[in-house]
Design a protein around this ligand. Structure first.
Ligand SMILES: [Zn+2]
Length: 256
């Protein structure tokens, strides 16, 4: 089976000891592409090296809502520059997180909207993070129409799900769909049109069953795809191939 991890964080410290082994394992076992998200300038440079070293690796850059308070002019200019030079495939993850509130809400909204405008200007897709802010995220996305993207690690409710599908966004499911308590989310997996579905690990976080609690890695996206295939009553390879096609439809075929 050929599969893609559409969202992981390989530049994080938890991969410092075995980053190359993790990547090589992924490609040896059937992985064909992965997107390693950069949440700051240092991570961008590390991911850029990975993109140069391995074909099939993509990177994005965006200031997470947690870091909205440090998203200033310097960061904005850097993002515009790499967007213009096409050194990134997408802008993200960006959005709102009213669960942790690590940055003041008005700062989160400010950083989110500036980055959406950059995405629009340079015609790049966006990777959206939203937690406990469905209404606000939906209204901002509606305001900035004409931007393509994916809702990463989807855990929202049905209202936001419907809005995202209406706005032609892709819906990305993580290992959370394998967790025993995630019955409501599994109902939304069932409802997701197959031409909208994405899969991700969000490594090093959110390891699926049977690895729950351990450091996650891109290879384990397989367990999430298997679970989704079971929920949707589909052949797993078939579903994975469709998700791969969705990934290329949004991000393009050439990673770097
Ligand atoms: Zn992430």
């Amino acid at each position: 089976m050929e599969f893609i991890d559409s969202h992981c964080h390989l530049a994080m410290d938890s991969f410092n000891d075995d980053r190359n082994e993790v990547i090589e394992r992924f490609f040896e076992e059937g992985g064909i592409s992965l997107l390693s998200v950069s949440t700051n300038i240092d991570e961008f440079y590390l991911n850029k090296e990975l993109c140069e070293k391995y074909s099939g690796i993509y990177t994005s850059l965006g200031w997470h809502p947690h870091d909205a308070k440090i998203f200033g002019k310097n960061e904005e200019d850097f993002l515009k520059n790499v967007a213009e030079k096409r050194l990134i495939t997408a802008i993200g993850e960006i959005g709102l997180d009213f669960y942790y509130d690590n940055s003041p809400r008005e700062e989160q909204i400010r950083a989110f909207e500036i980055q959406l405008k950059i995405a629009k200007k340079f015609n790049l897709p966006v990777i959206i993070h939203t937690r406990d802010a469905d209404k606000e995220t939906a209204s901002i996305l509606k305001k900035h129409k004409g931007i393509k993207g994916v809702i990463h690690c989807f855990t929202s409710g049905e209202d936001f799900f419907n809005t995202a599908v209406q706005l032609d966004f892709y819906i990305s499911f993580s290992g959370i769909i394998t967790f025993p308590k995630a019955e409501e989310l599994r109902q939304l997996v069932k409802k997701t049109p197959i031409d909208r579905v994405f899969f991700e690990t969000d490594s090093p976080y959110l390891s699926p069953v049977p690895y729950r609690g351990k450091r996650n890695e891109p290879l384990r996206v397989k367990y999430t795809i298997e679970k989704a295939a079971e929920i949707k009553g589909m052949n797993v390879e078939n579903l994975s191939n469709i998700a791969n096609q969705n990934f290329f439809n949004l991000f393009g075929k050439n990673s770097f």
